[in-house]
Design a protein around this ligand. Structure first.
Ligand SMILES: Cc1ncc(COP(=O)(O)O)c(C=O)c1O
Length: 320
């Protein structure tokens, strides 16, 4: 196959899912492209063949990226944890992400930022890569349907070994356990699979945190030990302070949560960038928490959504 044929073949490859992609910056190209067939990453980038990279997924709503700072803070922390230097200053990264969102042209979109070890060969040795890579992808935003919030969703307890400690705390491109959680949920007909830590305690979902309101009206989140600390769960806890003051919640704490705590809970909910706050009402075919969404999840969802739309201190200025 000659060069022209190869390029032609790449252009013509059927990729129906790529209709979701709006724009991408690639440090390989040194620019932003909007043609999905150009949105690729070299196979010798260690992010591809070793998962040696870190990433963030943020959402832009009504033209503003929500919680952009906390997401970039976590990206910096993840990169520092694996001794990966960000290829741009924080300010340059922000400016570039904004330019990709603008190129995508959609006020509601997902913005994913990947910092890779970079191309350099095929061993595990990170020192064979001269320069980190940077890829920013903007795509359509899909939130769960209203029905999921009105009726609640179903979870199941997974038996996939979870990441723990250090590896759980880094948002690296090494997401195999998370992928297997998602796969298990799909195969078993659950909406989400929840992983357990090595002690058999509740950890988190594939890309979401979990919280429980116990019978005493206390909102409990797992200890931040064997999970990725979510920007949504953190913001929800800040917003829940108001509910504490108003007597809508009796307490708010991190504590170990067991599977039987889930069975006995007054409410169970999931937190995540695309979900906001999503009530859980079934577990492996059985009703959970009375089988319908409870008042705390409903109120928290309302407060988070209000924060997204109206609290401009938590978002970037309008970009699109
Ligand atoms: C493993 C894991 N846990 C939790 C979360 C939720 O984090 P956030 O609320 O920042 O989306 C994510 C999301 O990316 C994740 O990948």
């Amino acid at each position: 196959m000659n060069e022209d044929q190869a390029v032609q073949r790449l252009k013509e490859l059927p990729r129906p899912w790529a209709a979701e992609y709006l724009a991408m910056y690639s440090s390989q190209l040194g620019g932003i492209v909007t043609e999905p067939w150009l949105m690729s990453v070299p196979i010798d980038d260690h992010m591809v063949h070793r998962g040696d990279g870190v990433f963030e997924a943020t959402k832009c709503v009504a033209g503003r990226i929500y919680q952009f700072r906390p997401h970039l803070d976590r990206l910096s922390r993840s990169a520092a944890s694996i001794q990966l230097e960000l290829p741009l200053s924080r300010n340059e990264l922000e400016v570039l992400a904004v330019a990709v969102v603008r190129a995508g042209g959609e006020p509601d979109c997902m913005v994913r930022i990947y910092v890779s070890r970079g191309p350099g060969g095929f061993t595990t040795n990170p020192f064979e890569c001269p320069k980190p890579g940077l890829y920013i992808v903007v795509s359509h935003l899909h939130s769960p349907p209203n029905k999921a919030y009105d009726l609640g969703v179903q979870i199941g307890i997974s038996h996939v070994p979870s990441k723990s400690g250090f590896f759980a705390s880094v948002k690296s491109c090494n997401y195999l356990p998370n992928v297997l959680l998602k796969r298990e949920a799909a195969v078993k007909g659950w909406d989400f699979a929840i992983g357990l830590d090595e002690q058999g305690l509740i950890a988190e979902g594939s890309t979401e945190n979990i919280g429980v309101v116990n019978r005493d009206g206390v909102l409990c989140l797992p200890l931040p030990v064997n999970i990725l600390e979510g920007t949504t769960a953190r913001r929800a806890q800040e917003l829940a302070q108001g509910m504490l003051r108003e007597g809508l919640l009796k307490g708010l704490e991190h504590r170990p949560i067991s599977v039987s705590d889930l069975h006995e809970a007054a409410e169970v909910m999931l937190f995540g960038t695309t979900l906001d706050v999503l009530p859980v009402t079934r577990m492996e075919g059985e009703p959970l928490a009375g089988g319908k969404p409870g008042p705390v999840a409903k109120e928290l969802l309302e407060r988070v959504r209000k924060d997204i739309l109206h609290n401009h201190a938590m978002s970037t200025p309008a970009l699109v």
